[in-house]
Write a protein that binds this ligand. Structure first.
Ligand code: AMP
Ligand code: ZN
Length: 472
């Protein structure tokens, strides 16, 4: 069976044929590093990690290049640096914020079972490539300089009679509609309302670099050109897959296409544009004001990363996802079942049914159904099914440490309910006092199943005392 992927540009599921099977190339927009990532940000990271793993499975681990950038130049970063490190020179404060946030991000997504991308370029290390693209755009008549800014002109792009795509083709918007719908209070240096910034002057103290296109004052890049530059540097002018969340289609990805196609005189930037749907929490849009804004870090305090990962994959990547406590509890139960069944399995190959589901535009709900089927077969004695279950789980980023470690991490992660343990111990002590040893043994076994080990002794008054600890 061949790999088929849905392309946002053509709005269809098509067979995926890499430009070069020896080097399949994928770019995904990464985080802007100024704060802990929230669980919505985890969605593209997990979704494209699964695709990365699938591509490695199909084309070989050494034949896939996955680039996910780190945006480390941004107004939000500057604001956070000034707030958190008053008195420290801004550039130093920015470095502290971006380094610390990048470290947190890596810890979080590692815990979610995601492989590191092949390359993680930082925007500030690609200013030369950005300047070079901007120069090409100015020279080609697609961009112009005004008041120390460089602006891209979608109108100029559409007027060019060439191989270029139409501006708005990805987002399915027409330039005329955009002009009609644009706000009137447009910046004075823009010729047209739809023009967007490629380069702008830096305020004093802000990070700045020598400007392109003959501008003498130092400046900094606009967000969209950063991704065009990093994708170009690491994947070339034209590559296979470009991904990100659905909110990035317009303007970010539309503008990336415009910049890259105009700079390199090409009809396409990426052959497939892939976008994950949005995540909401308990039926509501996640926002700080609603108080339902939840970071990956907070969730990892209560749940093992695999539970968060599986919970994300229960929904197809293009559908919206409703993140609920109930869903997390179900995911934990499912993993429990799978891990217990897959424990001690021989090493082997992932199941065809799992791979086939993934090849069909990453149909993870179908893949999960296939895993349930394997467990079912394994329970009725199918050793091959047990092996395939374990190998499939490993391919998908689960079962990395084996089932035993899962048991202990799960208990740490899900929080010990000490009150419940004490209540059961009280019941057991009462049962022993009335010499109902059948009942006291039953309670001891129940606690043992929860990972709680009991120690019976005597208190200073000679009465029996039971203490407990968590089995490690
Ligand atoms: P940002 O840091 O906001 O640029 O987002 C980083 C990545 O997370 C982008 O690919 C976004 O599309 C994605 N993203 C942000 N919020 C959500 C959400 N609630 N659900 C799914 N993806 C999201
Ligand atoms: Zn981007």
């Amino acid at each position: 069976m061949e790999l088929r992927l849905y392309d946002t540009l053509t709005k269809e599921k098509r067979p995926f044929q890499p430009l070069d099977p020896g080097n399949v190339r994928m770019y995904v927009c990464g985080p802007t590093v100024y704060d802990f990532a929230h669980i919505g940000n985890a969605r593209p990271v997990i979704v494209f990690d699964v695709l990365f793993r699938l591509l490695r499975q199909v084309y070989g681990a050494d034949h896939v290049t996955y680039v996910r950038n780190i945006t480390d130049v941004d107004d939000k970063i500057n604001a956070r640096a000034a707030r958190d490190f008053p008195g420290v020179p801004l550039n130093e404060a920015i470095r502290k914020v971006t380094e610390e946030t990048e470290k947190q991000f890596h810890e979080d997504v590692d815990a979610l079972g995601c492989l590191r991308p092949t390359v993680e370029p930082r925007a500030t290390e690609h200013i030369a490539e950005m300047r070079s693209i901007i120069e090409k755009l100015v020279a080609g008549g697609f961009a112009y300089v005004a008041e120390d800014h460089v602006l891209f002109s979608p109108q100029a792009m559409d007027a060019a009679n060439s191989v270029l795509p139409r501006y708005g083709a990805l987002a399915k918007r027409s330039l005329d509609e955009m002009i009609a719908g644009a706000r009137v209070d447009v910046a004075p240096y823009k010729r047209d309302v739809t023009d967007f910034v490629l380069w702008k002057p830096s305020k004093p103290g802000e990070p700045s670099w020598p400007s392109p296109a003959g501008i003498t004052t130092p400046g900094r890049p606009g967000w969209h050109v950063e991704c065009s530059a990093m994708a170009w540097k690491h994947l070339g002018e034209h590559f296979d897959i470009h991904g990100g969340g659905i909110d990035l289609v317009f303007p970010h990805h539309e503008n990336e296409v415009a910049q890259s196609c105009c700079a390199f005189h090409r009809s396409r930037m990426a052959n497939f544009w892939m976008h994950n749907g949005f995540l909401q929490v308990e039926g509501e849009k996640m926002s700080k004001s609603l108080g339902n804004f939840v970071t990956i870090r907070e969730l990892l305090a209560d749940w093992p990363g695999e539970v968060l990962r599986l919970n994300m994959l229960k929904t197809h990547y293009r559908s919206p996802i409703d993140w609920t406590l109930k869903g997390l509890e179900e995911s934990e139960k499912t993993l429990d079942d799978w891990y217990r069944t897959a424990a001690d399995a021989q090493s082997g190959q992932p199941a065809d049914g799992v791979i086939e589901a993934l090849l069909d535009d990453m149909n993870t709900p179908q893949m999960i159904a296939a895993l349930h089927g394997l467990r079912h077969n394994a329970l009725s004695g199918g050793e091959a099914a047990r092996t395939e279950l374990a190998a499939s789980l490993r391919l998908l980023g689960f079962l990395s440490e084996g089932a035993a470690q899962w048991e202990s991490r799960k208990r740490q992660g899900s929080g010990i309910d000490a009150a419940q343990i004490e209540r059961l111990i009280g019941e057991r002590t009462a049962a022993r006092a009335r010499k109902d040893f059948k009942e006291s043994d039953r309670i001891r076994d129940e606690l043992a199943a929860m990972g709680v080990v009991l120690k019976d002794g005597k208190g200073p008054d000679g009465k029996p005392v039971t203490t407990w600890e968590i089995e490690r």
